[in-house]
Design a protein around this ligand. Sequence first.
Ligand code: ADP
Ligand code: MG
Length: 300
Amino acid sequence: ATPTAVMVATGKGASQGVLIKGGNALENAYKVKTVIFDKTGTLTVGKPHVVSTMIFSSMSIEELCDIAAAAEANSEHPIAKAVVEHYKKLHEKFGSNKENISEVSDFEVHPGLGVSGSVGGKVVLVGNKKFVQAYNVLVSPTVEDYMTESEQLARTCVLVAVDGMIAGAFAVTDPVKPEAEQVISFLRSMSISSIMVTGDNWATATAIAREVGIERVFAETDPLGKAEKIKEFQMKGDAVAMVGDGINDSPALVAADVGMAIGAGTDVAIEAADIVLIKSNLEDVVTAIDLSRKTLSRIR
Ligand code: ADP
Ligand code: MG
């Protein structure tokens, strides 16, 4: 496209909340045949909340929630925010005399897995099954049952291990964006296929994919794995777009022919992307592709 055409399209995009960084993205977007979506915060609202709590130890609910919230207090992950929020709500409801969340030391973030730390002299792990198992924590059939039940309901199960044993668990739910299903079906009508890649587990991912009408899912994928998936699809010869919001999506956003970041996403994702969807509305994936199609066809 001519510099003028790119300028006009960029201006038009900006007025519609689609920030296009440079002409390359615009020149590539119309060729896209595959759109790879991240799940959490991209297809879903990204504000999960705790909908159920289970105790697998002699701990009280309040104790479990405090320990989990303490471990998650310094994490930016949406699941961490849900756990902290849950503790605060519980505290309000029962008005106990304990005002604040306990202190954590030795806090560590394990991307795509969970968090670890020391709370009141106890070693605490909060995260998924893969995470606790890596620390040789046994996940009993009773715990497995709770996980399966949660995941079939499209919930993500968060395990809390204290001193090497599962003390309890939470199920968090993150609703899908209201426009998601329609956007996927619209893309299909444009002969563009939609795929999900997520760090979350297979059962939850599959349940969410079904809700929005996505048929192909890749779950339990780490940040570099997401980028690898992009490359795999590129090798089939078609241009690939990636839509994501997290730090964990940035390698994939860079690898894609067109990286699109959700406006409400992390700064790292926004920097890695070629296009920013300012309104965080998935309809703008179509807006961006459409703008490219129109710009490129006008000059050809
Ligand atoms: P997504 O690709 O869906 O955005 P992430 O890669 O951020 O997900 O995380 C993958 C999985 O790792 C989550 O579904 C969750 O099970 C676990 N996880 C990551 N961070 C945390 C955390 N702070 N607390 C609990 N679980 C976490
Ligand atoms: Mg995400």
